[in-house]
Design a protein. Structure first.
Length: 328
């Protein structure tokens, strides 16, 4: 079941670039070909340093059997394995993939913390990156969205590091690794259902021979570097032009480019928000608020009262309290 040495060496280099050797890593394994390949490569590259977990979303028949198949493969590899089962008060009838994703990450973060793992790795690969770029481009995303899937992030809603060491690997070569190991991967029927945007984009990309997934993924990587540069510039502007107290944030706009001002406002909202998702502001919401501030007017977003003029002020709206976990 061990992949070819050259493949293991390649994977080890990719993983070492994201996290130091010798630490303990959790591997998220659904049973599909991508995650099984990740399991095989990680078990060979870092023996005795990995654990695996499979999430049973309990949303379709056969999901438990798929998790148990992964458990069997892990037993043969000598990799500790856990099945994490979603428990729904009400099973989702709409936005099923989004809610399943949120629950999956919640369970993985909890598991990673309980097992005192240094990070959790998922099997997102180059073709996923290309698809993500096209999906976000179609929605008119900015630089942050077009940067696509990050190689290093945090498991959403937690402080557990999230690694994606396969972003330089194609789907086809991962499938070959699994086939060579004699494993039969699980096939999620939702991956063939064109009700889902990603499935439609995947098929369109496969039929458009003038679109190169590797070039698209390279563009996402370049945009990731641009995003890092913009965040650096926003850090400089925040340090130079922001006054932050326990009760308000004040910003005296400089000659910074509009995108930097936009990021400053987004940070202020995220710091003080009392409603909704603090870190998930929509572009239209921010554009509307920026227009109000630049005109010297006031507006409220995420429970934050924002006032324009020579100095822009951000305070919790009346009768709202600033969350303690937003303070730094």
């Amino acid at each position: 079941m061990v992949p070819e040495p050259a493949l293991v060496e390649r994977f080890a280099r990719d993983l070492d670039a994201l996290i130091a050797p010798g630490v303990r890593i959790g591997i998220a394994v659904s049973g599909g070909p991508d995650s099984l390949a990740l399991l095989l490569l990680a078990a060979a590259a870092r023996p005795d340093k990995i654990e695996a977990a499979s999430v049973d979303h309990a949303l379709r028949e056969g999901s438990r059997e798929e998790a148990e198949m992964v458990a069997s493969a892990c037993a043969r590899l000598g990799v500790p394995h856990a099945i994490l089962t979603a428990e729904w008060d009400d099973k989702p009838a709409t936005a099923i993939q989004e809610r399943a994703r949120d629950e999956r990450y919640r369970l993985l973060a909890e598991w990673g913390g309980d097992r005192q793992l240094d990070a959790v790795a998922t099997a997102h690969h180059l073709d996923d990156q290309a698809e993500t770029l096209l999906m976000r481009l179609a929605r008119g995303a900015g630089v942050r969205g077009l940067a696509g899937i990050r190689a290093v992030a945090l498991v959403p809603g937690s402080d557990v590091p999230l690694l994606r060491p396969l972003l330089g690997w194609r789907r086809a070569e991962l499938e070959q690794i699994v086939a060579a190991a004699g494993l039969e991967p699980a096939r999620d029927p939702s991956n063939e259902d064109e009700h889902y945007e990603r499935v439609r984009v995947r098929r369109a990309l496969g039929q458009a021979d003038w679109l190169d997934p590797q070039a698209l993924a390279a563009s996402a990587a370049h945009l990731g570097e641009a995003e890092a540069a913009l965040e650096w510039a926003a850090d400089q502007e925040w340090a130079r032009a922001i006054t932050d107290s326990a009760t308000q944030i004040a910003y005296r706009p400089t000659d910074a480019p509009p995108e930097i001002r936009r990021r400053i406002v987004a940070r202020a909202i995220a710091r003080l928000a009392t409603e909704g998702e603090r870190s998930d502001l929509r572009g239209r919401e921010l554009d509307r608020l920026l227009a109000q501030l630049e005109a010297g007017r006031t507006g409220t977003l995420r429970g934050v009262l924002c006032s324009g003029a020579d100095e822009w002020r951000f305070v919790p709206a009346p009768n709202r309290t600033r969350p303690v976990d937003n303070l730094r």
